[in-house]
Design a protein. Structure first.
Length: 210
């Protein structure tokens, strides 16, 4: 469960320029400073004739979404989620719980309802929850994330086709592009992101080198 308290963009910019990051240190600074606002379309990589190189380039472009705070806040490496563009530890203190919906007595749905509640800065979705611990990727490299999402023992036993459908169609994933005021949306659109991931899979689903 995550309450993304709103922080004005001007304040975020000031904190980043000053090098002041609350809670998560350098990893949060990297996330806040590398937030992309656009995605290159999948077709723009068609001029890369080497299939492996094209596949890796497509995945690297897709990581602009995968490593964006809107996604990484939901994929914490600890049991406590993070929030805001600066990836601060979630307030109030909550944990993942056994199925990603929070601990007994303080589940995500306690605060997160069907839709965003913008007046209080609380995100919402009918299935609001954290990714499983096996898909935690805060602080991981693009290669590590790539290998992780392809590994059926860690990705919820999803085939590549099912994985692409999840990323392209799932409305909870889609929340990243409509997060409400005070939060930076993921770059591009869910459709563009899905096309990048599909083109990556169709070109061999290769991962970046170590």
């Amino acid at each position: 469960m995550m309450i993304h308290y709103m922080l004005p963009a001007s304040v975020v910019g000031t904190l980043v320029v000053a090098g002041v990051v609350i809670g998560q240190g350098s990893s949060a600074l990297r996330a806040a400073t590398r937030m992309a606002t656009e995605l290159r379309p999948a077709l723009s990589f068609s001029n890369i004739t080497n299939q492996r190189e094209r596949s890796i380039a497509l995945f690297n472009e897709a990581t602009k979404v995968l490593q964006h705070p809107r996604c990484m806040n939901c994929h914490p490496t600890t049991e406590r989620p993070t929030q805001t563009d600066l990836m601060r530890p979630h307030q109030p203190w909550v944990v993942r719980g056994t199925r990603g919906h929070g601990a007994v007595g303080l589940q995500c749905s306690t605060c997160h309802h069907q839709t965003n509640f913008d007046q209080a800065g609380i995100p919402g979705h009918p299935q609001w929850h954290l990714a499983p611990a096996s898909l935690a990727w805060q602080g991981k490299t693009t290669r590590q994330i790539c290998l992780q999402i392809k590994d059926r023992s860690r990705n919820g036993n999803r085939s590549l086709a099912t994985l692409i459908h999840h990323m392209s169609e799932d409305t909870l994933v889609g929340w990243a592009w409509s997060p409400g005021p005070g939060r930076t949306a993921a770059p591009g659109s869910q459709m563009e992101f899905g096309k990048l991931m599909k083109a990556w899979a169709e070109s061999g689903a290769h991962c970046p080198a170590p």
